[in-house]
Design a protein. Structure first.
Length: 128
């Protein structure tokens, strides 16, 4: 998973771009988290909870995107994929689905969150 963080120096907004197959993680980070410190703390708490209850799924619901951690796997998924009827796997929406869900290991996810915290100049006390 490759990514790059950027800051708009004119308005102070944060941007990120992620490699193909992980775009939804960038969208989640940019739109749902950004530099909202309480939300960053929620993500860190979610990762800590997943370590305490390794085989129990931990979920953080966002406005449009959710993060789910089970064992050592993190899945980031657009909420729209969990609503409505299942689509045929050969449908024209397969490409959209591919851009609407991504998975990575918990260690890669934690490293990305740590680097994001450093980028937005946030030093959470209990980052694990």
């Amino acid at each position: 998973m490759d990514y790059e963080f950027k800051k708009n120096t004119l308005d102070g907004s944060y941007y990120c771009s992620f490699s193909m197959g992980h775009e939804i993680i960038g969208r989640w980070l940019q739109e749902e988290i950004s530099n909202d410190l309480p939300k960053i703390d929620q993500v860190i708490a979610l990762m800590a909870a997943s370590k305490r209850a390794f085989n129990q799924e931990q979920t953080l619901e966002g406005q449009e995107i959710r993060v789910m951690i089970l064992a050592d796997e993190v899945t980031v998924q657009a909420n729209v994929l969990t609503h409505g009827e299942a689509l045929d796997s050969d449908s024209e929406f397969d490409f959209y689905d591919c851009e609407s869900t991504a998975s990575c290991g918990i260690d890669d996810f934690a490293l990305m969150i740590k680097q994001w915290c450093e980028f937005v100049r946030y030093s959470p006390a209990d980052f694990t």
